[in-house]
Design a protein. Sequence first.
Length: 142
Amino acid sequence: MPPGERIADLDAVPDDSSLLITVADRESGEEREAILVRAGDGVAAWFNYCQHWRDVNLDTGDGAVLRDGELVCKRHGATFERDSGECTFGPCEGAVLDELPVELADGGVFLDADGYEFVRVGASEDDADDDIHKSTESRIGF
Ligand code: FES
């Protein structure tokens, strides 16, 4: 039996980009964006920000860039393994994207994170989300 809420059909997750979704923190109600990407035979989900500057989204609404199988941050070119989330090149090399746990079942992608509920496919409509991630304290200088 699937562990949580169904997010999307597996077929809705593209091979060459990402599917942007929004979840909400069950305690605060704060919306957060995440991206679903194909990873091997499965799907990985990462919160939608770079580990270099956390106010920079990997997917700005038209899908994240994938090059040679890795996610690419459009701002300074950091690359991330799509299955592990590890930055393999760039100013945050060695850092790891923050994961949103998901699971595959019945041809779909399901949320497997007790602290979050699925809100929608697409961008967050919560302006407060932007404020949190625009803090300069979350930036790694270079
Ligand atoms: S903000 Fe992503 S590499 Fe700098």
